[in-house]
Design a binder for this molecule. Structure first.
Ligand SMILES: Nc1ncnc2c1ncn2[C@@H]1O[C@H](COP(=O)(O)OP(=O)(O)O)[C@@H](O)[C@H]1O
Ligand SMILES: [Mg+2]
Length: 269
């Protein structure tokens, strides 16, 4: 039975779609059968990010409306066999989708895939509830700044309110001088850490070329590869981008560190 993972944040623009594309790509690269679903009705982007915009005929709303079957709507990427994309409707009216209908559809699809990755829209409205209503695991994406942290704290409450308990933190766009240190992010969220992704111009270049950055030999690509391996249950050493020498020393030698408790928690997974 496949695992359903929702990629969420609350705030827009923090990298949810980037994370969803790259972990889906990485899992498919590891010979898993992966369904990637764009839940952002009216503002879909995954088709462009994967260079599949000219290949798609149907979308999620068409499947739920009975216009086509799931098999007709999903598109298997030529460049990455095993990765199937189900686009969101271009019509924001499909925000009218109901969580119970989405849940019934995904429960029926669970056995056909190893992973179903849901790319959540920004905000905490119905599109968010549609995406989280049937997930087993949530990846909460934040950027290291106070606005993102605050919206992630609110999103965390909503996720637990939906009954989700397996929630992992991914800190994206970690630059040389983050507004909030990665240590403080981890401390405040108190969640197991799935990984850190550096700020990397290669991310935008890859997306503009319809590719996943995990295909490229870049810092962000390497980070996504490690994140994928953690999702597959491997214990993979953490690399905090741009961390100070003192921080590296502390985490490497197991000294007391603000990050360490959460990181240890994940290593046990
Ligand atoms: N690690 C990163 N380094 C540099 N740019 C990034 C990174 N992650 C995301 N971006 C860029 O940030 C923008 C928003 O990312 P996106 O994945 O669309 O966010 P969301 O889905 O949360 O709205 C995009 O232009 C994307 O290329
Ligand atoms: Mg997005």
């Amino acid at each position: 039975m496949g695992q359903i993972i929702v990629v969420t944040s609350g705030k827009g623009g923090v990298g949810k779609s980037t994370v969803a594309v790259n972990i889906a790509y990485g899992l498919a690269f590891d010979a898993r059968r992966v369904l990637l679903i764009d839940m952002d009705a009216g503002l879909r982007s995954l088709d462009l990010m994967l260079g599949a915009e000219n290949e798609l005929v149907f979308d999620l709303a068409d499947v739920l409306d009975g216009i086509c079957t799931m098999q007709q709507a999903v598109y298997e990427l030529k460049r990455r066999p095993g990765l199937y994309l189900l686009p969101a409707s271009q019509n924001s009216g499909s925000n009218a989708l109901l969580p119970q209908d989405v849940r019934a559809l995904l429960e029926a699809e669970r056995d056909s895939y190893d992973f179903i990755i849901l790319d959540c829209p920004a905000g905490i409205e119905r599109g968010f509830r549609n995406a989280v209503s049937c997930a087993d695991t949530a990846i909460l994406v934040i950027t290291p700044d106070y606005i993102s942290l605050r919206s992630a704290e609110r999103t965390f409450q909503l996720l637990t309110g939906e009954g989700l308990s397996d929630i992992r933190l991914l800190i994206n766009r970690v630059g040389a001088r983050p507004a909030v240190t990665t240590d403080e992010c981890v401390h405040r969220m108190e969640l197991p850490v799935l990984g850190f992704v550096p700020e990397d111009p290669g991310v935008m270049r890859a997306a503009a070329g319809g590719k996943a950055v995990i295909e490229a030999q870049t810092h962000a690509g390497d980070a996504f590869e490690r994140i994928t391996r953690r999702l597959l249950g491997e214990s993979v050493r953490y690399k905090v981008p741009h961390s100070s020498l003192i921080h590296k020393f502390k985490t490497h030698f197991g000294r007391e560190s603000a990050c360490k408790d959460s990181l240890d928690g994940l290593d046990d997974n």
